[in-house]
Design a protein. Structure first.
Length: 248
């Protein structure tokens, strides 16, 4: 199996040599790619118990969750929650999944991902962008929470390099992801790589790769769209900064 971080380090070096004057951009998704969603899911479920005096989720451990946060019925089935009870829980769950309290209390990055981002941000004429399906309405909270996490790692994110889903909740996320890639290109960035946990998003973003030179990295964490074959794509889930340090 290809070492996905080694592939990224080598691809970056190749494009840096090929385009020495260009502004290079590495684009990360957020949830399921930078942020581990399992503690968030566990936090919201246990907060439901605390708010309602129940014990439906007393034994839930974040590390045992392997179902995407949007697949609520599948998640409840896996946890043995009856459909009638789940129906009462769902509105509360969906409301609080992206609340300020949840974002502040339960956001945790995957081990090593901030080190990889810091390495890129330390390189000359190189930038890290974010392309997320999160709604535009939580832009400020998103930037603030990510910078709180990144501060101890020497990482800083800026709103101008954050592409979010539009205000219309019906916007199709894979489509908006591709629009985001085109927007970064139109603003003068040469995109080296895109890291995302959803195969469906990657499939869509491939259509925005007009130069056929973006490396796509599938973060093999928790995802809801089916795996598919896409060009120039590698998979992994271990953010190891060693290949970048070895590259100098």
């Amino acid at each position: 199996m290809v070492n996905w971080m080694k592939a990224l380090a080598e691809h970056y070096a190749m494009l840096r040599e090929r385009h020495p004057e260009d502004k290079l951009l590495i684009v990360f998704d957020i949830d399921g790619t930078i942020i581990d969603m399992r503690p968030i899911i566990a936090h919201v479920l246990q907060a439901y118990d605390a708010a309602h005096g129940t014990r439906h989720f007393a034994g839930v451990d974040a590390k045992d969750i392997d179902i995407h946060e949007d697949l609520f019925d599948d998640l409840m089935d896996a946890l043995g929650i009856a459909a009638q009870t789940a129906a009462r829980i769902e509105p509360w769950y969906r409301e609080f999944l992206w609340s300020d309290n949840t974002i502040n209390a339960a956001h945790h990055p995957f081990p090593g991902v901030m080190d990889v981002i810091r390495w890129f941000q330390a390189q000359p004429n190189t930038y890290v962008g974010l392309n997320t399906g999160r709604p535009e309405i939580i832009r400020d909270e998103t930037v603030k929470s990510l910078n709180t996490l990144g501060r101890e790692h020497g990482v800083e994110f800026t709103s101008d390099l954050l592409w979010m889903n539009g205000l219309n909740p019906d916007h199709f996320i894979p489509h908006t992801k591709a629009v985001g890639i085109r927007d970064f290109r139109e603003r003068g960035y040469r995109i080296v790589a895109v890291i995302d946990n959803e195969p469906g998003n990657i499939e869509s973003m491939v259509t925005a790769d007009e130069d056929d030179e973006i490396l796509f990295l599938h973060a093999d964490t928790i995802f809801k769209t089916p795996l598919c074959d896409t060009p120039r794509t590698v998979r992994g889930n271990n953010y190891d900064v060693t290949p970048f340090l070895a590259a100098g």
